[in-house]
Design a protein around this ligand. Structure first.
Ligand SMILES: [Fe+2]
Length: 265
C-alpha cells in the first residue's frame, strides 16, 4: 500500500528552454523539445517521483503556444508537478497554461512529512532575480505555520555566487532578504535552484544549496564568460526525502543528450 513508503522522492528538471517553434533555439544547440522528451523518458520508474519540480526557464520564448507544447510534453506524467518561473518565462502566461492541469505554479506541496515551497524570483525584463516582499512574506508565513516539517525551498535563481562571473551577475539579487527568512526557520533542509545549467552544491549553515543541469544545454563551470559545455550530458536531480528529516541527493546524466560534435556541412 502507498502509505508503507515513507521516503518521498522529488525529481528536479530545469531550464527546458522551449522555443516558440520546435527545434534548436540557437545555432549549435540541440532541439529543446527532443531533449526534454529524452529526459522525461529516462526518469526512474521504481521508485517513481512523488513530485516533479520544474525550476524555471521552461520557455525561451514565453508565449502561450510555447507553454501549450510544454503542457503536451508533460501530459503523460502521473506525478504532481510544481513549476517555477525563470527569467525567460512570463509568470502569468505560464500559470494560465499549466495550472488547469496537474501542475501548479509556485505555491507549495506537502510530501508526506516534508513540504516543498516554490518561490517566484523572476523580474520582468531582467535576467537577474529578486524576491519581492510578497514572496518573502509568503515564505515566512508558510515556514512559521509548520516549524516541525522538514522543508525544501525552490526558486529559479541561485542565491549565491557559483564562481562563474557572467552567471554570478544574474544570480538572485539581495539574497539577504531570502536568508533572513531561512535563518529564522531551522526546518529548512535544502534550497534548490536552476538557471546555472550545471551541477552545483554548497552549504550555508544547515541548508544545502543545490543547482541542477539543464535538460537542454550545459554551461561550463568556472567560466568567466558565456560558454557551452558541449562534452557534458543533460540531466536531472533526485532528492530522496527521508521521514527523519535527512535527505540523499544526486545528479543523474542521461546518455545521448550531449551536443552533437559533428562539424556542420
Ligand atoms: Fe535562467
Amino acid at each position: 500500500m502507498h502509505t508503507m513508503r515513507t521516503t518521498q522522492r522529488l525529481i528536479q528538471i530545469s531550464d527546458t528552454h522551449l522555443g516558440r517553434d520546435p527545434g534548436p533555439i540557437r545555432a549549435g544547440y540541440p532541439d529543446s523539445d527532443t531533449q526534454l522528451e529524452r529526459i522525461l523518458d529516462a526518469l526512474p520508474r521504481e521508485p517513481a517521483a512523488d513530485v516533479l519540480l520544474l525550476s524555471g526557464d521552461l520557455a525561451e520564448d514565453p508565449e502561450p503556444v510555447t507553454y501549450a507544447r510544454l503542457t503536451k510534453l508533460l501530459r503523460a506524467r502521473h506525478e504532481p508537478m510544481l513549476a517555477l518561473a525563470g527569467n525567460h518565462d512570463d509568470s502569468n502566461t505560464l500559470r494560465a497554461a499549466l495550472e488547469p492541469g496537474t501542475c501548479q505554479v509556485h505555491g507549495e506541496i506537502i510530501l508526506g512529512p516534508w513540504k516543498l515551497i516554490g518561490l517566484d524570483s523572476s523580474t520582468p525584463g531582467e535576467a537577474a532575480g529578486r524576491l519581492d516582499a510578497a514572496e518573502c512574506e509568503r515564505l515566512e508565513r508558510s515556514l512559521a505555520a509548520d516549524p516541525d516539517r522538514p522543508t525544501v525551498v525552490a526558486l529559479h535563481h541561485p542565491p549565491v555566487t557559483i564562481g562563474s562571473a557572467w552567471m554570478d551577475r544574474m544570480r538572485l539579487l539581495e539574497p539577504e532578504t531570502l536568508f533572513a527568512v531561512l535563518d529564522r526557520h531551522p526546518q529548512v533542509r535544502a534550497c534548490l535552484f536552476g538557471h546555472i545549467h550545471q551541477d552545483f552544491r554548497t552549504r550555508r549553515g544547515s541548508i544545502e544549496l543545490l543547482g541542477c543541469p539543464s535538460t537542454c544545454v550545459q554551461f561550463t563551470p568556472g567560466s568567466e564568460a558565456f560558454a557551452v559545455d558541449a562534452a557534458m550530458e543533460a540531466g536531472y536531480r533526485i532528492l530522496d526525502l527521508h521521514p527523519d528529516g535527512r535527505f540523499d541527493t544526486q545528479v543523474v546524466r542521461v546518455p545521448g543528450t550531449r551536443i552533437a560534435m559533428e562539424p556542420s556541412a
